[in-house]
Design a protein around this ligand. Structure first.
Ligand SMILES: C[S@@+](CC[C@H](N)C(=O)[O-])C[C@H]1O[C@@H](n2cnc3c(N)ncnc32)[C@H](O)[C@@H]1O
Length: 216
């Protein structure tokens, strides 16, 4: 039998900037209230579950599978973090799939209200199909996925997430000033695949919120 993880300790070791993600998702939760969240490439970042009641995590990593496999301990950890964040309540759903987000997922197209893409590749390319029209993509540009989303005509920029001294703010002001390439050259899909990183923009917020455009 493989030994059990100390889930709280394992998460604390991952959470190098303690509670930083809690602050990020708190700011996002002040802006939108998605009923369903999909977080591919999550590893053990459970911060969305502190604020949202139905979060579906997906990761290839065996350690993530082991962590989420100890479901009771993970729920207990989330409950403790919810209490500390003043978001009590035990009526929430945490799902984890051990797999590749690039493969077809057992999720209905257009059924998710928030798709999260942080440091885990081009999630927007594989998973936008699951996002409901009017739903949001929270994405950073470390691996170029925000640049990729900016090239997708099915998205519009809804807000930027800025941070200063660990405090996050979701802003809808001056959105035209974001995603402006420093060198003037806009990114291309091929260039992003080749580099696997975002382009240099004149402003570099922590993350962006794109809205999936409603058709018709
Ligand atoms: C750098 S970590 C980021 C984890 C988390 N998003 C965060 O910001 O702390 C990248 C994670 O994405 C996962 N990943 C990368 N490609 C994946 C894929 N195609 N399918 C599922 N998970 C993937 C890796 O296993 C890893 O756990």
């Amino acid at each position: 039998m493989t030994p059990q993880l100390d889930v709280a300790q394992f998460h604390a070791d991952y959470d190098r900037h303690p509670d930083d993600r809690i602050h990020l998702f708190a700011a996002v939760a002040d802006f939108i209230e998605p009923a369903t969240v999909l977080y591919p490439g999550s590893y053990v970042d459970i911060a969305p579950s502190v604020f949202f009641d139905d979060v579906h995590y997906i990761d290839l990593d065996r350690r993530a599978a082991k962590f989420f496999g100890q479901a009771t301990d993970v729920r207990r950890l989330i409950e403790e973090k919810r209490r500390r964040a003043g978001r009590g309540g035990t009526d929430f759903e945490v799902r984890f799939d051990h797999g590749d987000y690039q493969a077809p997922l057992d999720i209905a197209d257009g059924s998710v209200e928030l798709l999260v893409s942080l440091y885990a590749g081009f999630i927007s390319e594989s998973c936008t199909r699951y996002l409901a029209p009017g739903g949001h993509l929270l994405v950073n540009d470390s691996h170029g996925d925000a640049s990729m989303a900016s090239l997708d005509g099915g998205y519009e920029l809804a807000a930027a997430v800025t941070s200063r001294d660990g405090r996050y703010r979701v802003t809808t002001e001056n959105l035209d000033g974001y995603l402006v390439p420093k060198r003037g050259e806009p990114p291309t899909v091929d260039g992003l695949h080749e580099s696997g990183r975002g382009v240099a923009y004149t402003k570099s917020p922590t993350a962006y919120l794109f809205r999936r455009i409603e058709v018709g």
